[in-house]
Design a protein around this ligand. Structure first.
Ligand code: PLP
Length: 214
């Protein structure tokens, strides 16, 4: 089932768009089914859950972090992930930078744009992102932007959200920021729209694994 769902996504997804399998709230046996179907990039949203799953999965899995990251949990996450997609505050960015310097690492991150209509959604404004992209952050590489569209069935609203983040992404890219190449937009339900609007990375959970289990 997972294998079939993955294969149909692989078939539809342009080859230059990276599929991130969002495995939060699914047991490791389900992740292994995806692994056996060829999936290698997985994303989790809770530090504890990530830390539990990593030793149970093959070593060639790449992990992304996509949830709200509290600064007292960095050491559970940063040593093990190849990308933190959900940097949503200056405090978090500065703390990641300090950790990276202290541990002689370079950490790849995406800045999260507050995109949807929901007030609760975390993230920066466009202006804040422009400012951050103009300043230096030791040992942190800003690889791109992440955003979640408004949670609605109205695809015109979703499309407007994606066009906004696409425009910001293209503006920053035109500045020639080193390594800035990733636009992470699109989840189950809206990823084909995201691909139409320049997604280089999609984050899909439910369409691969079914409803979350716990
Ligand atoms: C859970 C989550 C997803 C995946 O959502 P689905 O609707 O299950 O595809 C994508 N991005 C983020 C940031 C998430 O938290």
């Amino acid at each position: 089932m997972i294998k079939e769902r993955l294969q149909s996504i692989y078939k539809e997804l342009p080859s230059d768009v990276t599929l991130v399998a969002v495995s939060k709230f699914h047991p490791v046996e389900r992740l292994m089914e995806a692994y056996e179907a060829g999936q290698r990039i997985f994303a989790e949203s809770r530090p504890q859950e990530l830390a539990q799953k990593i030793p149970q999965m093959p070593a060639d899995v790449q992990w992304h972090f996509i949830g709200h990251l509290q600064t007292n949990k960095l050491k559970l996450v940063l040593p093990y992930v190849t990308l933190v997609q959900s940097v949503d505050s200056l405090h978090l960015l500065e703390t990641i930078s300090a950790w990276a310097v202290a541990n002689a690492r370079v950490i790849d991150i995406l800045l999260e744009l507050h995109l949807g209509a929901e007030e609760t959604k975390q993230g920066f404004t466009e202006e804040e992102i422009m400012t951050l992209c103009h300043s230096a952050h030791s040992s942190v590489r800003i690889r791109g932007l992440m955003g979640m569209a408004t949670n609605t069935d109205d695809m015109a609203v979703v499309e407007r959200d994606f066009m906004r983040i696409e425009a910001l992404f293209n503006r920053i890219k035109a500045m020639g920021l080193d390594g800035f190449d990733t636009l992470s937009i699109g989840m189950s339900g809206d990823w084909p729209v995201a691909v139409k609007h320049g997604a280089t990375m999609v984050r899909i959970g439910t369409d691969i694994f079914g409803p979350r289990e716990y």
